[in-house]
Design a protein around this ligand. Sequence first.
Ligand SMILES: [Zn+2]
Length: 254
Amino acid sequence: MNVYFLGTGTSQGIPVIGSNHPVCLSTDLKDKRLRVSVWISWENYSYIIDCGPDFRQQMLVSKCQKVDGILFTHEHADHTAGMDDIRPFNFKQGEIPIFAHNRVIENLIKRFDYIFETKNRYPGAPSVKTIEVVNNYPFAIGNKTAIPINVMHGNLPIFGYRIDDFAYLTDVKTIEKSERDKLKNLKVLVVNALREEHHNTHFNLQEALDFIDLIQPQKTYITHISHVLGFHEEVQQKLPKNVYLAYDNLEITI
Ligand SMILES: [Zn+2]
């Protein structure tokens, strides 16, 4: 399985518009972070997790040719605002399955009403097939199984996903033991760390490192990163063995 990091930034992306923060002014490409998303592919299958406002650019840069489905973690705009740009895939492939919590589907129906319109549908509108994700009910994606992991983004229950020995968790602040138990024997964990300072709804770096210690994956990649975490190269040097800061366009094979 190939995992391509389409974006590794927090909600504003890096650089932040109008910011003179040194990380925002950095010329290191690893300090440029689009909104968080990954592309997972194996054999002829191709899925993405989340579809944020940078989706179009991410599809162009990664040269992704098809999307068999989109797994949503939650409804926040940095994870969903790119929905309109699935149209080129619709024109080639037809409707695209989207997998999400029922609350997230309801939210998408409200915010992208024209996508879900059945009467007087605009012919060029994006088209999707919704599949509700329910915790403790693994579901098929291609010839693999995705296991939902219920995590808490502050007070909001959201999903991470485990596929074989790979797990992708973003926007986590807390996670119950029953859900942590679904993360045993991982080869690769992807998890969020926003910055060093405390945050109400996201792990800071220390919380992420403590969590990694509990889970003991073989390797971990950190994502959903704010510019205030610091320069990629400097932060990377401070991390423990087998823990890496992800960066945009990083590709790993599992
Ligand atoms: Zn987010």
